[in-house]
Design a binder for this molecule. Structure first.
Ligand code: SF4
Length: 440
């Protein structure tokens, strides 16, 4: 999640919702459903064992039973081109299992996945989040945050509704915890996006407007952005839109940035890595129990994503939001930093981020400054070369990049603007030490 992520164009149509919230599946029903799915299979015993294992692992994901759109709404959505067959799913008899993220939702006909974006209708799993961003804006790349990736440039940032997590502290819950049809409105005349009118769009125009991959790139090019970011909500939940845009961007020499919680399966991740240039992964804690309570997710798949990104050569930075009483234990922060050094190396930038009360944690205070300062010290002692503190102006040098060789500042920042750069060809101007990153 971006630091302080809010977009001027950020549509949530909660007051004119087009369909009621469906009921979610109880655990008992999912178990029963998993058994039914297996009964519908006609394959060899090895395959059945594989599916049985997967079905068991999927019982944690509550899907929206009978939650797919119907009738006119579905037709309007299709007519706009906002529907596309999903990638990465398995057919299990009359049902399907999504294999995009570790939730592994099991869907009967007319069900909707946990991320709210994928619906199973007419024998096909569809994404409803295609070409219909509900949030878009040109941000400084530093806001993602990416501090070692073409600094001082603008990044065209887009998001649709949806996320497979349920973070209690989500800053962008009004889009991440919405269905696409709660953020977009396909009724009325379609709106054609003209880049020069980008800043004069009002909310109603934005709600009706499509933005397909070529439209995204037209805006990025018009405003001279060298990169496009998939951000704000969870881009894995709108994977098809992201990867099609990323492919088209790559063909035009525009870079791609993925800002993510990292909850994705290995196969779609490896495919995505072919087109992504930079990623910021929100490592929310270093404790399975905290992940379950705070985010309704799991830690282990995120660690696997981090290792895959490193192996596939994607520029990687990590963010850790310090939430009082959840993720502020020094011992946990130390274990996390040790793991980062050992598995990603000391050159992986780490951004500690200050929590501000939001969503379901409005009763907690902002992270105390001294906790952030202590976390930075722990990370530096663990051996990380580039440690930052975000969303907090009270910490000295919170956003300065220091050369690990001569210890002099090589990039100084003020909030999201870059003030000085003492780099020459990616090396410190003072001592010639190479600074990890993508600099042009
Ligand atoms: S991407 Fe969505 S539908 Fe697929 S497994 Fe994850 S939460 Fe479920």
């Amino acid at each position: 999640m971006d630091q302080d992520a809010q977009s001027p164009i950020n549509n949530s149509l909660s007051n004119r919702q087009l369909s009621p919230e469906p009921k979610r599946t109880s655990r008992r029903k999912v178990l029963k459903y998993g058994a039914a799915a297996l009964a519908g299979l006609s394959c060899g015993s090895a395959a059945v064992c594989y599916v049985a294992r997967r079905a068991r692992s999927a019982t944690a994901a509550a899907v929206f039973k009978n939650g797919a759109p119907k009738g006119e709404l579905w037709e309007l959505w299709r007519r706009r081109g906002w529907v596309k067959e999903a990638q990465h799913y398995l057919k299990l008899g009359r049902n399907v299992q999504c294999k995009l993220c570790p939730n592994e939702c099991l869907l009967e006909p007319e069900d909707r996945g946990r991320c709210r974006n994928r619906v199973y209708k007419d024998g096909t799993l569809w994404t409803m989040a295609y070409g219909n961003p509900c949030a878009f804006h040109i941000d400084p790349i530093e806001k993602k945050p990416l501090f070692h990736f073409i600094p001082g440039t603008g990044v065209f940032s887009i998001a649709t509704a949806g996320c497979g997590f349920r973070c209690l502290n989500c800053q962008n819950w009004d889009i991440s915890q919405r269905k696409p049809e709660e953020t977009k409105d396909p009724r009325g005349e379609p709106i054609q996006l003209l880049p020069r009118q980008f800043y004069s769009l009002d909310r109603n125009d934005a709600a009706r407007m499509s933005m397909f991959p070529d439209d995204v790139l037209a805006v990025a090019e018009f405003f001279g952005c060298p990169s496009v970011a998939y951000t704000y909500s969870e881009p894995t939940a709108w994977y098809e839109y992201m990867i099609d845009t990323a492919k088209a961007a790559r063909a035009k020499g525009i870079k791609n940035v993925w800002v993510t919680c990292g909850y994705i399966q290995e196969e779609p991740l490896v495919e995505l890595c072919r087109y992504i240039d930079g990623a910021n992964v929100d490592l929310k804690s270093f404790d399975e129990n905290v992940y379950r309570r705070l985010n309704s997710g799991k830690l282990e798949p995120i660690l696997s994503t981090l290792k895959t990104l490193r192996r596939e050569g994607v520029h990687l930075e990590v963010t850790n939001l310090i939430v009082p009483t959840y993720t502020d234990r020094p011992e946990m922060i130390r274990r996390m930093c040790d793991w980062l050094v050992e598995n990603l190396g000391p050159d992986c930038p780490l951004h500690f981020s200050r929590f501000h009360p939001a969503h379901k944690l409005t009763h907690l205070p902002p992270t105390p400054v001294e906790v952030l300062v202590e976390a930075r010290s722990i990370a530096q002692r663990a051996g990380l070369h580039y440690v930052y503190v975000g969303n907090c102006r009270e910490v000295d040098d919170a956003e300065t990049t220091f050369c690990p060789g001569c210890k002099k500042p090589v990039i100084e920042r003020n909030v999201y603007s870059v003030e000085t750069i003492n780099l020459e060809g990616g090396k410190c101007r003072s001592c010639g030490t190479e600074i990890a990153g993508v600099w042009s």
